[in-house]
Design a protein around this ligand. Structure first.
Ligand code: ARG
Length: 561
């Protein structure tokens, strides 16, 4: 039930519709304390219309207004404070959750339309970094939220698997590489050759010519170049998949930049036909001065294509094949300018405006930026393994008789990392602190999981009880906040989807957990009295909504830990 709408209508009616319900609706507020009710309407806006002071208006209105659905309505100064009919409200909310289960909060904004989510997208032959972790978990969560909102999602891993750097890698491998060594430890070896290339090419500029020639060969499909490149890609993917498996993230496609390579001449031709390509210092560029942006470099002077050339082809391909309502790109904030350029070029080409860049902030360690060059690089695989190990230790202490400790440790450890990332506003920088993220207290994933474990343990102790037909009017004062939070969940899902902001869901889960812990501490939930069914309905509802919140974040919630 939508109380805001109900209030707006009731106020408008009491004013003989002299002010529309729509105008009133936008002014309704959530009071700061429960003392002032559950929703409140400040009468200031009406003062001008009726030429009376707002307090007088409030006093008058409270006498005239329809009280249906409210325990009471009070005029306090210029405010009209509305107190919901708690019995009715609790019954509505809890019955809905118990009926819908994990589908509680589903909506149909998407109406079955497609959404492409370009996410993770590491570069082959390089380690997957913490930045790629952010893209992976944010993208994955956005996908879950969009699915819950009725969209069909296509999660694409746009691997960095094409470009001049592979000319360099081939050159480096042929000079210093060793097949067995790569097979044993692919990413580390390949990245070593690549770094070595950059160290020597300063003194040996002829290496750069060689690298350019190799990329040219690659772009024209030369077999030797292709075979090496395919092998680099293959071994890289095997290694990436180990990480994705740990994270529990799946993709629909791994097209990568290379997938579009045969479409690149077409893109260039199309740009030429539209009169958009200009020569600049031997290179081909699209002028974007009317967007107040630097020109987009489409072809280098030697004819090599660039990142953006492939992104243009990719956007066109996705458009033709999926007709997506949205084409979402999840990358670090350092690419904001780049995506402005990409959007501008696509706009000049007359393509649909469905590109949405979803940027995110940096991961820092002790306040410092991480980068390969500075040597401050945190490797995702190691982080995940450390997290699981730490989780196992904690579980061992807390619950030594738990039978499936390893499985739970994986869920808790990995979930802690994912949650530790997603609880932050997407654009904020995150200071990475593994120990903190794994604590069972504080704003952490394990805290939320543990809360739900408590709920589940109560339900197990209660045994089989018919909750469907149980009373739902929970009378404990601490329960009211929980019921209001539970009612807010569908709105949180809609907002998180609209803003591409998983942190809305994570913060919500923390909030609900805190309320539940309070309740758990103050109430004898399992006491055998006529309220038992109502209390257990509440506990069950909390468990359902916490589990679903965590699922939306891509986190598993164990039943015991
Ligand atoms: N591979 C790029 C990187 O590591 C991210 C790719 C993002 N997706 C895209 N379509 N440009 O920075």
């Amino acid at each position: 039930m939508n109380y805001k709408q109900q209030i707006a209508k009731a106020v408008s009616n009491a004013l003989n519709n002299k002010v529309s319900a729509k105008d009133i609706l936008s002014k309704i507020e959530y009071p700061k304390t429960d003392k002032n009710g559950d929703l409140s309407f400040p009468c200031f806006v009406l003062a001008k219309v009726f030429h009376k002071n707002p307090k007088e208006i409030a006093d008058n209105l409270v006498k005239k207004i329809d009280h249906t659905g409210f325990d009471k309505i009070e005029a306090v100064g210029p405010y009209l404070n509305f107190f919901f009919d708690r019995k009715q409200f609790s019954e509505d909310v809890l019955n809905n959750i118990l009926k819908d289960g994990s589908h509680y909060g589903d909506n149909n904004i998407g109406k079955g339309r497609n959404v492409v989510i370009d996410m993770s997208s590491p570069n082959i032959a390089k380690p997957i970094s913490m930045g790629h972790l952010r893209s992976t978990v944010i993208g994955n969560s956005i996908a879950q939220i969009m699915m819950k909102s009725g969209f069909k999602t296509i999660k694409d891993n746009h691997l960095g698997d094409w470009g001049t750097q592979f000319g360099k890698l081939i050159t480096a491998y042929l000079k210093w590489g060793n097949k067995e060594a790569v097979e044993k430890d692919p990413i580390n070896k390949l990245v070593k050759y690549y770094v070595h290339f950059h160290r020597v090419d300063k003194q040996h500029p002829e290496l750069d010519d060689e690298a350019r020639a190799w990329f040219k060969k690659l772009e024209s499909g030369n077999k030797e170049a292709m075979d090496l490149w395919k092998w680099f890609r293959h071994v890289s993917l095997i290694s990436f998949h180990k990480t994705y498996e740990k994270l529990g993230v799946k993709f629909d496609t791994h097209h990568g930049e290379s997938f579009y390579r045969n479409m690149l001449p077409g893109v260039v031709k199309f740009l030429k036909q539209k009169g958009l390509l200009h020569k600049s210092q031997g290179a081909q560029v699209v002028d974007l001065s009317k967007y107040h942006l630097n020109p987009a470099l489409i072809l280098k002077s030697d004819g090599a294509t660039l990142y953006i050339t492939r992104d243009i082809a990719c956007a066109i391909w996705r458009d033709r094949n999926y007709h997506p309502a949205m084409n979402i790109y999840v990358t670090g904030g350092e690419q904001i300018y780049y995506f402005k350029q990409l959007k501008a070029v696509l706009n000049e080409m007359g393509l649909p405006k469905n590109v949405h860049h979803v940027p995110f902030g940096l991961i820092t360690e002790n306040g410092k930026k991480l980068s390969t060059r500075s040597g401050r690089i945190i490797l995702l695989n190691k982080v995940l393994d450390d997290a699981v190990r730490l989780a196992k230790k904690q579980i061992q202490e807390k619950n030594p008789t738990l039978p499936n400790k390893d499985e739970v440790a994986r869920e808790v450890g990995v979930g802690a990392i994912i949650f530790g990332d997603l609880k932050n506003n997407r654009m904020d920088s995150i200071n990475f602190n593994l120990k903190q993220q794994l604590q069972f207290e504080g704003e952490t994933g394990p805290y939320v999981m543990y809360c739900r474990v408590r709920a589940e343990s109560i339900l197990r102790k209660a045994g089989k009880i018919d909750l469907k037909n149980a009373d739902k009017d929970v009378k404990d004062p601490e329960a009211w906040n929980i019921i209001k939070s539970l009612n807010a969940f569908p709105k949180i899902v809609r907002e998180a989807g609209k803003e591409f902001e998983p942190s809305d869901v994570a913060k919500y889960a923390l909030h609900l957990s805190k309320d539940f812990n309070q309740y758990y501490a103050h109430s004898r939930i399992l006491k055998k009295d006529p309220q038992l069914g109502a209390r257990l309905s509440l506990v069950k509802s909390v468990s359902i909504v916490l589990k679903e919140s965590m699922r939306l974040l891509g986190v598993k919630a164990p039943n015991r830990m």
